[in-house]
Design a protein around this ligand. Structure first.
Ligand SMILES: [Cu+2]
Ligand SMILES: [Zn+2]
Length: 195
């Protein structure tokens, strides 16, 4: 049954990155239940999503742009945020939101925080949405260059980040106010796409 579940997750991941036909033959090589023990069956064997990127586009008035790159482990995601156009020394909430939709100028189409496990909004060391992330500090040039690791999340699969949106907010996250930390306007948005 473990193999069957893994295959379902792999199929979902493949559907999310249909532009990579080279991955298809890997999924087709499903092991029989009695597969020989020397065949190592790992997540990467089934094409686990290891990298993704989101290009941050500005809201109607923010002028903030950037790029966010993601590197996925089996239960962790490393995030690297590059952004510019911010007020020097300002602090900004940063989240993964539910809908991969940055179409409206206010980015409200991205919906609420990504929260597949139905947790409250919070800091990393407290119960928190899967989409909750550290707030980001702009340097004296109004730029962000930040790296952090998120625990207990993945890029691919039904509860993974790919296909959702990252949003940078005008204000810092207080990690208490529900459901979104009183983070203010949405000033940049990008849809997370598998690489
Ligand atoms: Cu947000
Ligand atoms: Zn949240």
């Amino acid at each position: 049954m473990r193999y069957a579940l893994t295959l379902v997750l792999a199929a979902a991941g493949l559907a999310a990155c249909a532009s990579k036909p080279a991955a298809a033959p890997v999924a087709a090589a499903a092991p029989a239940p009695g597969a020989s023990p020397e065949v190592k069956v790992t997540e990467s064997y089934f094409g686990r999503t290891k990298a993704a990127v989101a290009t941050l586009t500005p809201s109607a008035t923010s002028g903030v742009t950037g790029i966010v790159t993601f590197s996925g482990g089996s239960t962790t995601v490393d995030v690297h945020v590059l952004a510019s156009g911010l007020q020097p020394g300002s602090i900004h909430a940063f989240h993964v939101h539910e809908n991969g939709n940055c179409a409206s100028a206010d980015f409200l189409g991205a919906g609420d925080h990504f929260n597949p496990t139905h947790k409250p909004h919070g800091a990393q060391d407290q119960p928190h949405h899967a989409g909750d992330m550290p707030s980001l500090l702009a340097d004296p040039a109004g730029k962000i260059d930040a790296r952090f690791t998120l625990e207990g999340v993945t890029l691919g699969g039904t509860d993974g980040f790919v296909g959702h949106a990252v949003i940078l907010h005008a204000a810092a996250d207080n990690y208490e106010a529900q459901p979104s930390g009183n983070a203010g306007a949405r000033i940049a948005c990008g849809v997370i796409a598998a690489q």
